[in-house]
Design a protein around this ligand. Structure first.
Ligand code: SAH
Ligand code: SF4
Ligand code: F3S
Length: 514
């Protein structure tokens, strides 16, 4: 954010309790080049968050997309997937058509992820593949957005080496897509529109959702945890919560449209509401309010163990449409390692939290994220991760080899663990993860489960597939007419990552289409 914008935004700054201010985004219409700075991103709390709810397309841009098609490729987490839905919504309002082929597109956006080096390499590889297309079709616009655009080094690298790119814009600037596109059409220069700021909360952005059965709903943005290995607090800005009434209204609207499942999104949803200074309202309160909405399933992701409070456990234990599956990333089983990661909880605290959750929700399914090969991780510390995995009995885990991210504290640590050792640890951990996943699945043999039927199985169009409340994939034969409904299925075969079964009956719900 440059000084002028800072002043403009301070004029409309509001505490969350005030009525949301009127704001015209066209005042931002100018060529902006504010390179993202990791140093600025760390100055947390110096800027307040502003709330806006009057996004509208400037009449000047209403026909920008006439006769043109857009294509968005999404990398990374659900947050990015959902941002893509918002950008698709903006494109549609600008009159563009959607296409699923890069060759057919007039605008190509890569919505990028910066979490690990290989995520970034994929994007640079894709930019290389797109170069011949750009040479063939000089009018084609290529844009890079998402988390990589918030990194100083990436922006500089693209400016220097990837002249096929026409636009770079950050995660805080999605609402400026119309202005950015317009500028890109008018200018021969690369349009760079990235703010190194905390980010605002912008309501009423248009969305084109990917499906009609499951939907994502942001409840908060950003992350203030600054785990030492992680780039997200820099790329996504300060923790800031959406107002409860806006979230509840969105979920109600989705229920009315026939959606069957909503996943509440945030990098650290347990910090929801911590930033409100006018009300005491946290994730437990939100879940309690959402329980009364007539929508079969409500999930949330991702939980940070540190902010998981007793009230939330109490509310989740009421069940109903609140699912009994919690994704609770632990990262490591070693207290000393957790300390260096700045996770701010110990192995014992995590175990105690799980004990409390299980006491309240005996059948809860727990899954997690784990990083192996953090700088200087010893064999003993890694063994502690394996032993914690067994002690908790996780049903699934996303496992990663530590990847240094420039600008994070961990990237400066000297690392004595050879890559071979890291790989070997990952293999050992994955073997355990598979063993426990298969074990958890075996318990379903002969049982009847409720499946939200999502569509044809990817492998066999004659088979339907869907997920249980605990997020287990179930395949079974049934009529296509039950897609979008909840069905009771009897499990006949269990595998490590899926279950096969026989359809017994359709539970409820009107058809929502495919
Ligand atoms: N906010 C979530 C995590 C989001 S990132 C949480 O804290 O639980 C998803 C996962 O990516 C993390 O849980 C972590 O396991 C992994 N991850 C993040 N940074 C990483 C890095 N530098 N190297 C390897 N894995 C990383
Ligand atoms: Fe990254 Fe930690 Fe924030 Fe999760 S809580 S996004 S791992 S900094
Ligand atoms: Fe990747 Fe950004 Fe999500 S770094 S994991 S897309 S928040």
């Amino acid at each position: 954010m440059n000084e002028e914008q800072r002043l403009q935004s301070s004029q409309v700054k509001a505490s969350p309790s005030e009525k949301k201010p009127e704001k015209d985004y066209s005042q931002y219409f100018q060529s902006v080049y504010t390179p993202p700075s990791l140093k600025d991103a760390k100055k947390r709390g110096k800027e307040e968050v502003s709330y806006f709810d009057n996004f509208k397309i400037d009449p000047r841009f209403e026909n920008l997309g006439a006769g043109r098609k857009f294509y968005i490729r999404t990398y990374g987490c659900q947050m990015n997937e959902h941002d893509t839905e918002v950008m698709a919504g903006i494109f549609m309002e600008l009159g563009y058509d959607i296409t699923d082929s890069v060759n057919d597109a007039d605008v190509i956006l890569l919505n990028t992820c910066a979490i690990r080096e290989n995520a970034e390499n994929k994007v640079f590889g894709e930019l290389g593949h797109l170069k011949p297309l750009k040479l063939e079709k000089p009018d084609l616009l290529i844009g890079v957005c998402g988390c990589m655009s918030q990194e100083e080094s990436v922006v500089n690298k693209i400016l220097k080496t990837y002249d096929q790119v026409d636009m770079i814009f950050g995660t805080h600037n999605i609402h400026r897509l119309p202005e950015i596109l317009n500028e890109a059409y008018m200018s021969k220069e690369m349009v760079v529109d990235v703010w190194s700021k905390e980010g605002d909360v912008i309501e009423n952005l248009p969305k084109v959702r990917k499906g009609q059965i499951k939907a994502w709903v942001n409840i908060m943005y950003g992350c203030d945890k600054f785990c030492t290995y992680c780039i997200v607090p820099y790329t996504r800005g300060k923790e800031r919560s959406r107002r409860p009434e806006d979230i509840i209204q969105e979920v109600r609207h989705l229920a009315a449209q026939g959606y069957k499942e909503v996943t509440l999104l945030g990098q650290n949803v347990n910090a929801y509401g911590k930033d409100f200074d006018d009300i005491t309202y946290r994730l437990g309160d939100l879940m309690d309010d959402l329980r009364s909405i007539d929508l079969p399933r409500i999930r949330f992701t991702t939980s940070h163990p540190r902010d998981f409070d007793d009230h939330l456990i109490e509310v989740l234990a009421k069940g109903g449409n609140l699912v009994d599956h919690i994704h609770l990333p632990v990262q490591s089983g070693s207290t000393s390692m957790l300390k260096i990661m700045a996770r701010k909880y110990s192995r014992e605290h995590y175990i105690e939290l799980v004990r409390k959750i299980r006491e309240a929700i005996p059948n809860v399914s727990l899954t997690t994220d784990i990083i192996v090969g953090f700088p200087n991780e010893t064999d003993e510390q890694f063994e502690e991760t394996l032993s914690l995995y067994k002690e908790i009995g996780f049903e699934m885990a996303f496992t990663y080899i530590y990847s240094p991210r420039e600008g994070t504290p961990a990237a400066k640590m000297v690392d004595n663990v050879p890559m071979e050792v890291k790989k070997e640890r990952l293999q050992r951990l994955n073997a355990l993860v598979n063993e426990y996943a298969a074990e958890a699945m075996k318990a379903y043999d002969g049982k009847i489960v409720e499946v939200l039927v999502e569509g044809e199985s990817k492998k066999n169009p004659d088979v339907l597939s869907g997920y249980t409340a605990k997020n287990k994939l179930v395949n079974f034969v049934g009529p296509k007419s039950i897609i979008g409904k909840l069905a009771k299925v009897k499990i006949t075969t269990t595998k490590t990552w899926s279950l096969n079964g026989e359809l017994l009956e359709v539970v409820s719900g009107q058809e929502v289409g495919v």
